[in-house]
Design a protein around this ligand. Structure first.
Ligand code: HAM
Length: 441
């Protein structure tokens, strides 16, 4: 017989299996609930888009666009790419569906797979999942960046950050640390970048090859460097905070004030520049416990002007994306992953009549929202109880001759082996009191 090679999931991709997927579902459900309380609605953009959309939004010199996208030629010779992130798609959709004509701002959230060809490691995959949100607001005609509007923008920034933090708090994510920065605007940032470039040229010899290259392509990214040998030197470089224009400085101060009012704890990090080109002013990142080197569980920031770059009207934007894989990892490491395993009830039946009763009992219990396992073939009680234990059932409902004759069913609690006799009505009532199935309201 020919040797049949087994297939494996492609490097950097993986199958998510039960019971872990229950945690994924719980996380996603919680996101929907929390984001809903902040007035966000869901958008589901496509998984692939024109390559040009990402190139123009994220920037040609970024790692994501220059080396990490999965791109392919479609049959009509257009270049398409699997989405490496979703902010660009949300802006495209905002333009395409004239969302500027709706009440502003438009608040959208999304969740789903993203694709980047990075080197896989713990917390870093080639297909990974993000839960993100964006707030978009078309500028009224003639509306400029006035002092008043920066106050308003700061409130939007702070609320978006408050929302992610509320979501993490609801999940009881541990060791959450928020870092914020302002990277200035079209007016002040270029001036700072020049100052930084000059300073970097002076110390060029002491930098590694990546940072040396970035002096030309994108000096801000040098600040991102994790290279041990560069840290001391980077600490001495000029800081953007000293070069912000008046409007940017005002807005940053107001973001910090509003975070304090919202009781959101933060740390300032002047080196937080983010890896995508569309950002301006507020940027932020959140780390959590148990993740090793890939510990950023959320990244985001303001991107006024991106919609315009993509052919839309002048529009303000701010958003974030959470790395769901990392969020799940952190929850698992903290032992918060296995709350909803197994079944509520395993029906251990014996005899043909008992099977019929079991089928009806299973239907009634499932309709009431309980997770029920009904074995398709008769088993000896000992084996049935062993099976119930293996799949993590909480209770075994025992249906044999005695139970059928008396109408009193036996319910065994698997954790301690105790048993009780119950009528159908009593059984339903007891389970309602004692199970917290996902479907239970
Ligand atoms: P990002 O920082 O590139 O931002 O990604 C956000 C988060 O996605 C990261 O903090 C990380 O948790 C997760 N992530 C990124 N790459 C991977 C990977 N290869 N494996 C696992 N997780 C990963 C954005 O994508 C922006 N679109 C966020 C945003 C929205 N800014 C404004 N609006």
């Amino acid at each position: 017989m020919a040797n049949k090679a087994k297939f494996q999931a492609i490097k950097g991709t993986r199958d998510l299996l039960p019971p872990e997927t229950e945690l994924w579902n719980r996380v996603e459900q919680t996101a929907r609930e929390v984001f809903g309380t902040f007035g966000f609605g869901e958008i589901r953009p496509p998984i692939f888009e024109p390559t040009e959309l990402f190139a123009r939004s994220i920037g040609l010199d970024t790692d994501v666009v220059s080396k990490e996208m999965y791109s392919f030629e479609d049959r009509d010779d257009t270049s398409l790419s699997l989405r490496p992130e979703a902010t660009a798609s949300v802006c495209r959709a905002y333009i395409e569906h004239n969302l500027h004509a709706l009440a502003q701002p438009v608040k959208l959230y999304y969740m789903g797979p993203m694709f980047r060809r990075e080197r896989p490691q713990k917390g870093r995959y080639r297909q990974f999942y993000q839960i993100g949100a964006e707030v978009l607001e078309a500028l009224q005609q003639g509306q400029a960046d006035s002092a008043k509007s920066t106050g308003k923008d700061a409130a939007v920034d702070a609320e978006v950050i408050e929302m992610v933090m509320a979501f993490f708090a609801k999940l009881e994510l541990e060791g959450v640390q928020l870092e914020i920065n302002s990277i200035g605007c079209r007016e002040c940032r270029p001036k700072y970048v020049e100052v930084l470039r000059k300073a970097l040229i002076e110390v060029k010899d002491k930098l590694g090859p990546d940072s040396q290259r970035r002096i030309d392509t994108n000096p801000l990214r040098v600040l991102d460097s994790k290279l041990e040998s560069e840290q001391e030197l980077i600490a001495t470089l000029p800081r953007i905070g000293d070069y912000l224009c008046e409007t940017c400085a005002k807005q940053y101060a107001e973001v910090k004030r509003q975070l304090a009012v919202r009781e959101v704890a933060y740390k300032e990090n002047w080196r937080l520049v983010r890896g995508l080109d569309y950002y301006m002013r507020t940027t932020f990142e959140i780390t959590a416990r148990g993740l090793g080197s890939q510990n950023a569980v959320c990244g985001g920031g303001r991107y006024d002007g991106l919609v315009e770059i993509l052919g839309g009207l002048p529009t303000k934007g701010i958003g974030f994306a959470i790395g769901e894989d990392r969020l799940i990892l952190s929850l698992q490491e903290a032992g918060k992953g296995d709350a909803a395993k197994g079944r509520d009830v395993y029906i251990a039946w014996m005899g043909e009549k008992a099977q019929d009763t079991g089928i009806r009992a299973a239907r009634a219990l499932r309709q009431a929202g309980f997770r029920v396992e009904l074995p398709p073939a008769e088993q000896k009680f000992g084996k049935a109880l062993g099976q119930a234990d293996k799949i993590g059932a909480r209770y075994a409902l025992i249906l044999g001759d005695d139970e059928l004759a008396s109408g009193q069913w036996t319910l065994k609690t698997l954790a301690d082996g105790s048993q009780q006799k119950l009528t159908v009505a009593q059984l339903l009532e007891f389970l309602k009191q004692n199970c917290s199935s996902p479907l239970q309201g």
